[in-house]
Design a protein around this ligand. Structure first.
Ligand SMILES: [Zn+2]
Length: 376
């Protein structure tokens, strides 16, 4: 059993205001040979980001300014921006004081109604006006192995403002996950139909993936397809396709957690999609008109210039993630070097073939962006 305990999934709706309005001296963008990603090369920025990821309350470095720099450098109206540290997962763990690889998403704009607003949206969003969210991935394997799919899901979830039983799970720390519920998607909960009652007030339920233990705060590996409720909130399926959701009231873990976990609860209540629509309004636009293709920007935060081999790696990753066929690169869960290898789900796979993404060809506003893009 592989336990992914070295990966932290933090969800943040806001960030400190930008504190760095100008590029540090010597910082530059290096464009990928195919222009579908760019490295932001600056040792100081890299060190700051690495430090920030280990101390989430450190506001000295703001991710908002990195997003501002992207907006100033590229003329691309992306839907989501992905910032990834150019660092291997094991290397992250070796260099880290906390020995936890942190990842997070900051949702910036809401373009639809009916998806809730817990916690409240940010006041001063950053990035292109089209940008829904930006995600920071702590180590490069996190793109393909996950938690990229988990982080992308935070563009829409989980912000529902009712019913109370569901929202009390969403408000658990870290916020905006499905908690002890049968949603069983990339943002947490148990596999539907896995709930058993063991005794009066004692229950047992199981993870939707063999790669990770049961988790109320979501799954990091790119192995869990988006659940019906997640697909509904993304606008990809109709309300009628979302099954009733079982939710534990006042749940407490009761024993060790592996693929399955025991927990106590006052009771299990059931919430229907009609209850959710009644509290939040209908998701609009619905599946007939909702966006089904998403443009992503990819920025690699690097200490030094990337090599031809590095670019080849990112080109493979990008092709795999946006593929509408199977991704045939075998990976292991981020931060778990001895775990069972798996073939990751692509975004298209995770949506059940309902939506696609593409990493856009970046369009520099004012070349040159620094030294030549491809050192020999
Ligand atoms: Zn999360």
């Amino acid at each position: 059993m592989a336990l992914v305990n070295a990966v932290a999934l933090i969800h943040l709706l806001g960030c400190a205001p930008p504190v760095c309005t100008e590029d540090p001296p010597g910082a530059f963008y290096q464009l990928a040979p195919d222009q579908r990603s760019a490295a932001y090369v600056d040792a100081e920025t890299f060190a700051n980001v690495f430090s920030w990821l280990q101390q989430a309350d450190d506001r000295d470095v703001s991710f908002s300014c990195l997003v501002d720099r992207f907006t100033n450098a590229f003329d691309n109206d992306v839907d989501m921006l992905v910032l990834v540290l150019h660092l291997g997962g094991q290397e992250f763990l070796e260099r880290s004081s906390t020995r936890i690889i942190a990842n997070f998403t900051a949702a910036q704009r809401v373009f639809e109604s009916g998806i809730g607003d817990v916690p409240k949206p940010v006041v001063a969003p950053v990035g292109p006006s089209t940008m829904r969210s930006y995600s920071v991935i702590g180590a490069r394997e996190g793109l393909l192995a996950g938690p990229l799919l988990h982080e992308l899901a935070h563009g829409w979830s989980a912000y529902l403002t009712g019913p109370d039983a569901l929202t009390s799970q969403i408000r658990r720390t870290p916020t905006s996950h499905w908690g002890f519920s049968s949603v069983g998607g990339v943002l947490g909960g148990w596999a539907p139909d896995s709930l058993e009652q063991l005794d009066d007030g004692l229950f047992r339920a199981c993870s939707p993936t063999e790669v990770e233990p049961f988790s109320p705060s979501g799954y990091a590996s790119n192995t869990v397809p988006f659940a019906p409720l997640e697909l509904y909130l993304m606008g990809l399926i109709a309300a009628e396709e979302v099954p009733d959701i079982q939710i534990a009231v006042n749940p407490q873990l009761a024993g060790p957690v592996s693929t399955c976990a025991s927990f106590t609860a006052d009771e299990i209540v059931s919430v229907s999609i009609a209850d959710i629509v009644g509290e939040n309004g209908a998701r609009s636009p619905g599946p007939a008109d909702a966006q089904r293709h998403f443009d992503l920007g990819l920025v690699i935060l690097a200490e030094t210039t990337l090599s031809a081999g590095d670019w080849q790696y990112y080109q493979q990753v990008v092709s795999c993630l946006e593929s509408t066929e199977a991704c045939e690169i075998e990976v292991q869960a981020l931060g778990a070097a001895n775990s069972t290898p798996f073939y990751p789900l692509t975004f298209h796979d995770a949506t059940g073939g309902r939506a696609t993404l593409r990493f856009v060809e970046l369009d520099p506003i004012a070349p040159p962006l620094g030294p030549a893009s491809l050192p020999e």
